[in-house]
Write a protein of this length. Structure first.
Length: 418
């Protein structure tokens, strides 16, 4: 068998011989696995394995037998992992199909809701009020699902996406709205543990349940409840509506001021440490009777003054200017209250996105307040000094004084069920 290269003679000669015979045995180069000397079939391999003088210790190569075994092992492993990957892909495909069926079945159930079990969620004033907002939105966006809270941007319907979500689910439980079949798949999640369908509430798109006449009837009932319903509960709901609108107005002015600072002046928003104070200042302005348009004007002037003040003071940075708007806004409002300035009303600019439900709820709140307004009551010929009038049947009901004010247009077309 193999002989030591040295025993054959000169190493140069051995290397040369290795090219001429079928194989040479490199006695100094042992297989990494079995320690047998490596055999090579030509000179270039011999040099590659053993170095120029065929005396290099092998740290890389295997003998052909060990190579075969290793190749087979590797092949087996490759096949195994390929099989595992195919099985995993198949499992995932089946799971995705199963999940798609679950979601489709759920959405079909939502689609089947026809309003036969709908009711108004009295004592849930935010939900009741938001229903009118959704109806208004549906009227102006026919054929489209109602957007998800996430679709609406940071201020959502009411300036607080948690409040929105809670109100939406109150309406959902009352079967006034259902989840739209246009809700994207990512809004749903199916638990690996129990297979239960879950959803991400802010990702859900919605639809109004029931056809046009039913929606109109609900809408009228909600308006009537807020405007004229007697009793403590309706009174509390009116109070809650007024507070909701107040909060939305405050959020709206603050978000306008932040937008001015960040978008127009490239300053940071009003700093965290002063936001409570800012909210108090804005609330004070509304409490003093300034309108939303006047408050927008104050905010504009406060940012403008803060920017001018920063220009005059080189050491003032943008954060100081943003913080300064709170102080300036406060003093502008105080001054206006004190000297009864005429303050113009500004429309918020187009870049400013107010809470989507603000316009509708502001109007509803104004209508509700008008019904109980002393001066409107005394100017109305149809009711007594408490704003009550007698019906044909002799019952006393709250008057909405429509003779003095043109009635709201009611002939709106509602879209068929989306
Ligand atoms: Zn070997
Ligand atoms: Zn009246």
């Amino acid at each position: 068998m193999a002989r030591a290269v040295g025993s054959i003679g000169d190493q140069q000669w051995a290397a040369a011989t290795a090219t001429s015979v079928s194989h040479a045995v490199l006695l100094n180069s042992l297989c990494l696995h079995c320690d047998e000397p490596l055999r090579v079939t030509n000179r270039s391999w011999a040099v590659r394995v053993g170095g120029r003088y065929l005396d290099r210790l092998n740290d890389r190569y295997l003998c052909p037998e060990c190579s075969d075994v290793q190749r087979q092992d590797e092949e087996r492993e490759r096949e195994q992992s390929l099989r595992a990957a195919r099985a995993e892909a198949e499992r995932k495909r089946l799971k995705a199909e199963e999940e798609a069926r679950t979601v489709a079945a759920f959405l079909a159930g939502e689609q089947a809701k026809d309003g036969s079990t709908s009711h108004l969620p009295y004592r849930r004033p935010t939900a009741l009020a938001l229903y009118l907002v959704l109806v208004n939105h549906a009227v102006h966006n026919p054929g489209k699902p109602l957007p998800s809270v996430a679709d609406l941007g940071a201020l959502g319907w009411t300036g607080d996406t948690e409040r929105d979500t809670e109100a939406l689910f109150d309406m959902y439980r009352a079967h006034l709205i259902a989840i739209s079949s246009e809700t994207p798949r990512q809004a749903f999640d199916i638990s690996d543990e129990d297979g239960e369908l879950r959803f991400f509430a802010t990702e859900l798109k919605w639809r109004l349940v029931g056809g046009g006449p039913m929606v109109t009837a609900h809408e009228r009932a909600v308006r009537t409840h807020f405007m004229t319903a007697p009793g403590q509960e309706a009174h509390d709901d009116r109070q809650a509506l007024a507070e909701l609108v107040d909060r939305m107005e405050v959020i709206n002015v603050i978000s306008y001021l932040d937008g001015l600072l960040t978008k127009k002046y490239d300053y940071p928003a009003v700093p965290e440490g002063r936001r409570q104070e800012l909210a108090d200042v804005v609330r004070k302005g509304f409490a003093a009777g300034f309108t939303p348009g006047q408050m927008i004007c104050f905010a504009w002037r406060a940012a403008d003054s803060a920017a001018a003040w920063k220009e005059r003071n080189a050491h003032m940075g943008p954060p100081e200017a943003s913080s300064g708007t709170v102080t300036i806004l406060n003093s502008k409002i105080d001054t206006a209250i004190e000297v009864h300035h005429a303050v113009p009303e500004y429309d918020p600019p187009r870049w400013h996105q107010q809470p989507v439900g603000l316009a509708v709820l502001r109007q509803l709140d104004a209508e509700v307040k008008r019904v109980r307004d002393r001066s409107v009551i005394s100017a109305c010929a149809q009711c007594d000094h408490q704003g009550l009038r007698e019906t044909d049947t002799g019952a006393l009901v709250r008057c909405v004084h429509t003779a003095a004010v043109p009635e709201q247009p009611e002939a709106q077309e509602y879209p068929a069920e989306a």
